[in-house]
Design a protein around this ligand. Sequence first.
Ligand SMILES: [Fe+2]
Length: 443
Amino acid sequence: MNSRDISMAGIGEVRDDYVPASDYFSQEFAELENELLWPRVWQMACREQDIPEVGDFYTYDIVDESIIVVRTAPDEVKAFFNVCPHRGNRLTADCGHVQRFRCSFHGWQFNLDGTPNQVVDRTDWGDKLPDEDITLSPVKVGRWAGWIYINMDPDCEPFETFLGPAIAAHEPLQMDGLRYHWKKSAVVPCNWKTVLGMFNEAYHLQATHSQMLPYWDDYTASYARGRHSMFRYEDTLPPGLPSKRLGKSPEDVDIRQGLADYIKDMDKTLKTSEAVLMVDAVDRLVEEVPREAEPLEVLMKLAQFTMEDLAAKGIDGPVLTPEQIAEVGSDWHIFPNHIMISSANAVLAYRARPNGHDPDSAIWDVYSLLRYPKGKEPEVEQEWCNDLADEDAWPLVLRQDFANMAGIQKGMKSRGFKGARTNPKQEIPVSHLHRMLREFMGV
Ligand SMILES: [Fe+2]
């Protein structure tokens, strides 16, 4: 790589308040990621729920690679490069169930553990085709909180080392008990880091989602956590009270009604997260709690009513301490491309992947997970919803985010744009990703 390539690739200094623009659109930077990031980093492939039975497989595609994730025993998951060792054909697509993997080209078959099961006319090779030559190439597997991660690098760091502080922060949530509420994906018109960075901070809330301000005080503080990062609401009014940006006196606002408006609105406009589980309980606030109750008391009552309602429905989630809530915060970004907005009984998760080699295109996966009564988990199919303005496919809040996407990707290429001036308090997850990318790739 010559010096022009390097400057094109934007290998400049990242600061908390600056990210080189070309990270987001240069072909050279994308190719660096394809060589030095994706083949070496732990990345979320699917959830345990995607492959519940022995023989169930999930095909995880990333740039030019494809990985088969397969359940080989009730509590054993293995992964392989998705390629037939005979002539290189792909063995699987999407997900499904098999006794053995079978190549459609010449009918070679492989056991779930990757060993060859049948080679048509194998005697033609004499003794020149030992099993070790034609066993599927293994890929490492890491399992955490119901998520299944893979790593193509046989010499990668241990999965637990990679997750680092994310493990302790998420442990109290018992996230492995959550199940899909819905699962949607789309091809989006921007770089994978562009879309990731749009969902990795709450600074945009006051402009992009301003309908939330009457019941949501929106100032966040954000922090690096090893290679990962998180943000949380700090020095804010309790939920249900208006954003300080609106200049309203909180005493004039009925927090009981504010909470009801917030929960019902989020249930309608985001269709995910804890609000979905609170709609049936929230009306009790106005009915049973006096108007003059202190905000803390109102919130405690809401927690109590919600727990009673969920318990009556057979949902038995963890009770988190204030310290645990503070550490899991509002949102965690797991390097490089997995986001989780978590609470005791719900997670809204995202994953961004490059769409092939095009730096202006990405695949955006959205996962709504909820805690369900045992045996009442819905059957959820993966949906592809590429029309980002489709009101039936995507809830309002996500459509509001999507509406910014193409403009950002195009605008960052302008000769008038000098690089992203990220907010050094509220947008650390955005800048930190780029700093960590450079460190991880060694560029
Ligand atoms: Fe947003």
